[in-house]
Design a binder for this molecule. Sequence first.
Ligand SMILES: C[S@@+](CC[C@H](N)C(=O)[O-])C[C@H]1O[C@@H](n2cnc3c(N)ncnc32)[C@H](O)[C@@H]1O
Ligand SMILES: O=C(O)C(=O)C[C@]1(C(=O)O)C=C[C@@H](O)C=C1
Length: 251
Amino acid sequence: MAKSGQPPEQITDRLFATERRPEDFRFDASVARVFPDMIRRSVPGYTTIIPMIEVITEQYAQADSHCYDLGCSLGASTLAMRHGISHPDCALVGVDNSSAMIERCEHYIALDDSSLPVTLRCEDILETELSDASVTTLNFTLQFVPPDRRTDLLTRIAEATRPGGVLILSEKIRFESDEEQDIQTRLHHEFKRANGYSDLEISQKRSAIEQVLIPETLADHKERLLAGGFDQVLVWYQCFNFVSMLAIKAR
Ligand SMILES: C[S@@+](CC[C@H](N)C(=O)[O-])C[C@H]1O[C@@H](n2cnc3c(N)ncnc32)[C@H](O)[C@@H]1O
Ligand SMILES: O=C(O)C(=O)C[C@]1(C(=O)O)C=C[C@@H](O)C=C1
């Protein structure tokens, strides 16, 4: 199975290990440098989700269509899609508005052994051109889009998706019940602790992402995907407060 997956470079994330002045989290050069280690140690299930994106892409990529990875970062999800696509006439496009991410992503794509061409765009996913799509991935990206722009984006993706095409949407979610919210958040923080993050790192990261990573409930996501033009939405993965959904357009 997965020949792709985690990019090779693994520099340890110590960005929040010493006291820093409060500042919103940004995908800048310092984050891009440690990102493979950061996301693997911060997102429960990330190392399972990446190879499954390959499996899902294999099932849904259509001949002569476009496949998009929106918020591609260093290209882990892009490479999973690349290895899942068996049609040589598919056009695979990765989009990210962080130049630090795109520069490094180019390097990882060049190192990968698949010959399927990948186009990288350093653009805002809210503005990037989308058409004739069979598989689109938003792997932990929508959560960073301002909530009042999310409906527009998902509607545009649904409109650009061919019959039988899909959107893979992975997100950190919040829960309707305060009790469940507390339990799942505690378990997520325990996961980070088990991966070597200190209490200081966990709490400083939490403050840094508070205003920029806005989680919504599963019900909000499902309702928006259906209203936007997808015909079926299912959860194919969940670990604590991190889920991945598959939104499908009927044939
Ligand atoms: C958590 S990372 C995505 C991880 C990646 N998909 C993976 O599987 O490894 C979120 C990415 O989305 C990008 N991003 C956030 N908002 C964006 C926007 N409006 N347009 C383009 N990229 C965006 C960030 O720069 C960042 O690289
Ligand atoms: O929720 C957290 O604590 C996280 O660190 C999550 C998260 C994410 O889901 O994207 C936040 C920022 C980084 O991209 C890596 C992980």
